[in-house]
Design a protein. Structure first.
Length: 588
């Protein structure tokens, strides 16, 4: 039993290594696996060989072993199958999708994916282990072996000592990973789970049983929050609506470092279209905006609900603002390049999008959605065109329209956020940074190229509404480190770092602007003036829903004018607490 379970684990670790540069098997897997399998076998050994009930005797240990095989072998095969077909081993998204699959869909899945070709893949390699195990059992049953050999006691004692020493060493080597796994499994919310996996060091779930247990736990956590947000959704209501702005467009970007925005003084001309809109007077940049978190999922839970930092209870106890728009009579379209249910969805997307992708909540929030993700964000333009072609008449007849574009934007890996044919800068275009290695300057150029491409996508979105009575708002979810001051060696986000002024300015301070079409400015002079008046005010994007509700003229008990940037009652002195703990305006 020990031999074949250990062999199974090693084979699984090898065949499920992702096919990209630098990917490798978890270094400590052979050692930790040895201890894991040893403990399983030790527990099985403690089970009595048989259990006698009256005259009837039951081979208890054999039954336990068979049950373990019936669970473990299929689990490893399924895990490898998922890796082969979907590019990911078992994860929370797969478990969630499985729970939503009916019998007809399951039948179609089996006929489509389970075929002879699968035996020639990595799945076939894993299947060889249980096959070898069966052959071994048959050979043991029908072939007689000489069992008279006995190991000398001294040799046996030496082997015991070696194994004991090995187990102690493995416990020491594997203690950190196991404790991190327990910590992750002990989280109370899916957001905490995501944060624990974003902080370094993080646990390595190197075997299918660990991944399955993690997936079950993650789904349990989101189920609790789903129940709460659904209960809130059932009670949400709108009193009336003035349809103050009949066409509202929200563009949500990703990972935008304000220091790299030409709109705010960056020396690279990477935002020519937005600069043109600004010079024309249609685009008004907001100068002092921060995000409440530097994690997409946390930000979205603030953006998409009426919850604001400092409110009582949790985000899931507050209505989803898109639902309020629908109840008010708006037609709501949500087009995303990140949050769609998919088998290989990483945990941070799973955490950020579960309340958007749940069938009940999705119907409550949106009239129209796109159905696929794209390599580049311009694919969302085709999605919008298709939605308009299919539903244009009903959309135009609605008294109000809310359209949300959620871009992949500048999300790591920057290199693949801009088509090669549209790239403008290379490593040698940064003469002031020649002290940096070429590799880092190349990453910086990739980032600026992504900003350049993002500008072209945003421009195409604006073009689709520029002749209408529309107001357009752009903001990213959070900022990003891009070899900035004090961290010339780093890009990405420092999730485990203490928030100081430098980090806050790089990862939480973001660009944000409001664009008003000519028709909108003529019809809504008061709103246009309010936007211009608010451009230098302090603002945190957790309050965005209140600004949108105010623009729409929706009257409901969830709207708070002190959170609405464009309201005369806006409270600019509200503490801007980053991660619910650090006041941005007190950092020095």
């Amino acid at each position: 039993m020990f031999f074949f379970l250990y062999l199974l684990g090693i084979v699984s670790s090898i065949v499920t290594v992702p096919d990209f540069k630098g990917a490798h098997m978890y270094e400590n897997a052979p050692l930790e696996l040895f201890l894991d399998v040893y403990l399983v076998c030790a527990l099985v050994w403690l089970v009595p060989k048989s259990l006698r009930i009256g005259r009837w005797s039951m081979p208890l240990r054999l039954i336990v072993k068979v049950l373990i095989y019936l669970i473990i072998y299929p689990l490893y095969v399924i895990d490898t199958f998922c890796f082969v077909k979907f590019g990911s081993t078992i994860n929370p998204s797969m478990l969630l999708l499985l729970g939503e699959t009916n019998s007809n869909e399951a039948g179609e899945f089996l006929t489509s994916y389970v075929n002879t070709d699968i035996l020639l893949s990595e799945v076939g390699i894993v299947l060889l282990v249980p096959l070898a195990h069966i052959i071994c059992i048959i050979v043991q049953r029908y072939v007689k072996f000489n069992r008279r050999f006995r190991m000398p006691r001294l040799t046996l004692a030496a082997c015991d000592a070696v194994v004991f020493g090995l187990l102690v060493w493995i416990c020491i080597m594997g203690w950190q990973n196991k404790s991190l796994y327990i910590k992750t499994m002990s989280c109370n919310t899916i957001g905490e789970v995501e944060h624990s996996l974003a902080v370094s060091p993080r646990t390595e779930m190197y075997q299918p049983p660990m991944r399955l247990a993690f997936s079950i736990r993650s789904n349990q956590l989101i189920a609790k929050q789903l129940d709460r947000i659904k209960a809130t959704t059932e009670k949400a209501y709108v009193d009336s609506c003035d349809f103050k702005s009949t066409n509202i467009v929200l563009i949500i970007g990703e990972s935008f470092n304000k220091r790299h925005a030409q709109l705010y003084g960056y020396d690279k001309k990477n935002m020519p279209n937005q600069m043109r809109m600004k010079k024309q007077g249609f685009l008004i940049p907001l100068q002092d905006v921060v995000s409440p978190w530097n994690l997409t999922s946390y930000v979205f839970k603030h953006l998409m609900t009426t919850y604001c930092v400092g409110d009582e209870n949790d985000w899931c106890d507050y209505p989803l603002f898109c639902q309020l728009f629908r109840k008010a009579g708006y037609d709501v379209t949500f087009i995303t390049n990140q949050f769609l249910p998919q088998a290989k969805e990483p945990v941070w997307d799973f955490s950020g999008g579960f309340f958007l992708n749940d069938s009940t909540l999705s119907k409550a929030q949106f009239d129209h959605r796109n159905a696929k993700l794209h390599i580049f964000d311009e694919g969302l333009l085709d999605d919008y065109k298709y939605i308009m072609e299919q539903n244009g008449d009903s959309i135009r007849k609605a008294r109000g329209r809310l359209t949300i574009f959620h871009l992949m934007g500048l999300h790591v890996n920057y290199r693949i956020r801009c088509p090669n044919s549209k790239k403008k800068w290379g490593a040698n275009d940064y003469p002031n940074d020649m002290d940096m290695p070429v590799k880092r300057r190349k990453v910086m150029s990739d980032y600026d190229n992504a900003v350049w491409y993002n500008d072209s996508v945003v421009n195409q979105i604006v073009k689709r509404f520029k002749n209408e009575d529309a107001v357009i708002i752009y903001l990213p979810d959070h900022g990003e480190e891009v070899f900035g001051p004090g961290v010339r060696h780093f890009f990405g986000r420092m999730h485990d770092a203490n928030i100081n002024k430098r980090l806050a300015d790089e990862e939480f301070r973001i660009p944000m602007w409001v664009y008003c079409t000519q028709k909108y400015i003529r019809k809504h002079r008061d709103v246009y003036k309010a936007i211009r008046k608010a451009r230098n005010k302090r603002y945190m994007t957790d309050a965005l829903s209140h600004m949108l509700i105010g623009l729409a003229g929706i009257h409901c008990p969830y709207y708070k004018p002190e959170y609405d940037l464009l309201s005369p009652q806006y409270n600019e002195q509200r503490p801007r607490l980053l991660k619910h703990s650090v006041d941005y305006d007190k950092l020095k």
